[in-house]
Ligand binder design. Structure first.
Ligand code: AMP
Ligand code: ZN
Length: 495
């Protein structure tokens, strides 16, 4: 029997505003779509939080034994500076400023995105489609929506007719907004004069002469509206109706509301059963965002090279910090919070390593089976990682008292405890065990190399060449290798 048949998973569905028992459309299989990044600049830590939240969800679903097809797109065209269909294309603007091709911008930041997520130990999605790779499909769906009477052409652009759609459907049901509250501010209205109503949104935009990212279509040389790509790519790879659609909370409106409308207009079916929204990472109480500059880059966390930090932190510590909060809660970033997470993470790993030293007894004073179910209960309750982590700390307490000889554990229970700790720490939470990495042959070579760098750093310091010594230390931190200077010399640890 698969694990998912033994555990009842509840998911908070943004559509109903309630936790619901999860039932996939096809037993044992899950289709999940998550909106990916717009690749016009480096991902900041806020973006990473959303992708780590969905990595946790992906990992747990897989752990339960589901076969998951996880689609996460790359937005490489169509996302304008302003969400309400005005302003320059974000990628084209960056290309103009840097005097490079738009596709060079896309390449550069897609690589950065992949590198960073790999550092955080995120699993890659099953499919990672791009908007520019699906222009033909986007044109086809626009034709269908026009045919069904829910879109109209105006001066070479095509707009979704929100008021018309709302006569037979419920536009706004995801975000809980009323139509009259959806009118953008007046400055944007000027750019939207082709629209019948200000609530309408673009499916296709005619390109201005200076707009370089353009494709031929029946209506004009132009480009697709931002919301369309996700409707097209999710339905192409997961079907017209699929199980889970996720993204950051800020995408609920207009992006996801528009996706529902487009899907329903084209197929007559509700496209998604469970909508999931991850909450924001804030800095000094304000949302981390590319546009305002109020953000921290992941590499700054790893090196400590940021005014908000007193030192660098490993990717696993940063990941642990994020998973200590529920994915639906706002989380504020701070140096102190990271320091506390680092301590906690090390305590967890130390206890996990202690398991190898425990001597089994005839009896157990720790009820491992009941504790294990509590771990599952936490995750079954809408992926509640902070409660899961609290349970792991309960085990840490037990491990330490067993080590001190104050309580006991049988051999099978010890086996079960170790397996469960490992499953949740590494497979589900996606944390990385530092010690394992140094205990094999590659690890031995790595240790030798680090020792050499420690020696070179000591020599640089002796020569008062602090630029070089700092460089060695910071570069090692960015690779997840921490140096600690003490009386006995310098020792290193891997994160
Ligand atoms: P973007 O590249 O701007 O489309 O954003 C990529 C993803 O990051 C989206 O799912 C956003 O909702 C999410 N995101 C943006 N800012 C934050 C933040 N401060 N905290 C958490 N997620 C965010
Ligand atoms: Zn999307």
């Amino acid at each position: 029997m698969a694990l998912y048949q033994q555990q009842e998973l509840n998911i908070y569905n943004s559509l109903s505003g309630k936790k619901e028992v999860f039932k996939p459309i096809n037993e044992g299989n899950i289709g999940m779509y998550v909106c990916g990044p717009t690749v016009y600049s480096n991902v900041h830590l806020g973006n990473c939080r959303t992708f780590i939240s969905f990595d946790l969800i992906f990992r747990y679903l897989k752990h339960l034994g589901y076969k998951v097809r996880y689609v996460r797109n790359i937005t490489d065209a169509g996302h304008l500076e302003n969400d309400a269909d005005s302003g320059e294309d974000r990628i084209a603007k960056k290309a103009r400023l840097e005097q490079i091709e738009p596709m060079e911008v896309v390449q550069k930041y897609t690589i950065d995105f992949h590198n960073i997520l790999q550092k955080f130990n995120n699993l890659p999605p099953s499919i990672e489609p791009t908007a520019t790779g699906h222009i033909v499909e986007q044109i086809e769906i626009i034709k269908e929506i026009i045919e069904k009477g829910f879109a109209y052409e105006a001066n070479g652009s095509v707009y979704f007719d929100v008021l018309k759609f709302n006569e037979s459907h419920d536009y706004g049901r995801l975000s809980g907004r009323k139509l009259e509250d959806m009118i953008p501010n007046t400055r944007e209205l000027a750019a939207q004069s082709d629209k019948k109503n200000p609530q309408d949104f673009a499916l296709w935009k005619k390109a201005e002469p200076q707009h370089i990212m353009r494709w031929p279509s029946p209506w004009s040389d132009g480009f697709p509206g931002w919301h369309l790509e996700c409707t097209v790519m999710s339905s192409k790879y997961l079907g017209e109706q699929f199980d889970i659609h996720g993204g950051g909370m800020d995408l609920k409106f207009p992006h996801h509301e528009c996706e529902i409308a487009q899907g329903e207009a084209a197929t007559g079916k509700n496209p998604v059963n469970y909508w999931m929204h991850a909450n924001m990472l804030t800095l000094n109480g304000k949302k981390m965002a590319k546009s305002t500059g109020n953000n921290i880059l992941p590499t700054e966390i790893f090196t400590g090279d940021n005014e908000n930090l007193e030192k660098g932190f490993s990717p696993s510590v940063a990941r642990f910090f994020m998973l200590q909060a529920n994915y639906r809660s706002i989380l504020d970033f701070s140096n102190e919070a990271l320091l506390a997470s680092e301590k906690g993470f090390n305590r967890l790993l130390d206890a996990y390593h202690l398991l190898d030293e425990l001597k089994p007894s005839e009896k157990s004073s720790f009820e491992v089976a009941a504790w294990k179910q509590k771990c599952y209960d936490a995750m079954n309750d809408d992926f509640n990682s902070p409660i899961l982590i609290a349970q792991l700390f309960e085990a840490v307490k037990e491990i330490n008292t067993i080590k001190e000889g104050k309580s006991q554990i049988t051999a099978p229970d010890l086996e079960e405890l170790k397996k469960t700790m490992s499953d949740f720490l590494f497979d589900v939470l996606g944390l990385v065990d530092t010690a394992e990495a140094i205990n094999d042959d590659t690890g031995n070579k790595l240790s030798g190399t680090i020792e050499l760098l420690i020696k070179l750093r000591a020599e640089a310091r002796a020569n008062k060449d602090f630029a070089t010594s700092d460089k060695i230390r910071n570069e090692l931190i960015s690779l997840g290798i921490q140096l600690k200077d003490g009386k006995e010399g310098t020792v290193f640890s891997l994160d």
